[in-house]
Design a binder for this molecule. Structure first.
Ligand SMILES: [Zn+2]
Length: 97
């Protein structure tokens, strides 16, 4: 379907923005959509960057998974669209070597 108004990018496009918040690479993390229950890597999410921040939507149902809003000195993170986000800590050990 091509009924969406905006073009989206994939979750990898959020790597730069999210690296300001998380010490780990969130695009490699696995998350579950709170709406349809799909479990996918964050990199597979549909990313919309038209607003003052970014919005990541589920690749299956387009439900909002994560929202990052920049407002001056503050970054707000809305993650209620995800049941969980699971990160692989082995990458932390690799980067501290
Ligand atoms: Zn979903």
């Amino acid at each position: 379907m091509s009924s969406y108004i905006y073009d989206y990018l994939d979750g990898n496009a959020a790597a730069g923005e999210l690296s300001k918040i998380f010490a780990m690479d969130v695009t490699a993390a696995e998350g579950q959509c709170a709406h349809c229950g799909a479990i996918k890597r964050f990199a597979e999410a549909h990313l919309y960057m038209q607003g003052p921040g970014l919005v990541a939507r589920c690749a299956v149902c387009e439900h909002v998974l994560l929202r990052v809003v920049n407002a001056g000195q503050r970054v707000s993170l809305d993650v209620r669209g995800m049941t969980y986000l699971s990160l692989d800590t082995s990458q932390l050990q690799e980067s501290s070597r």
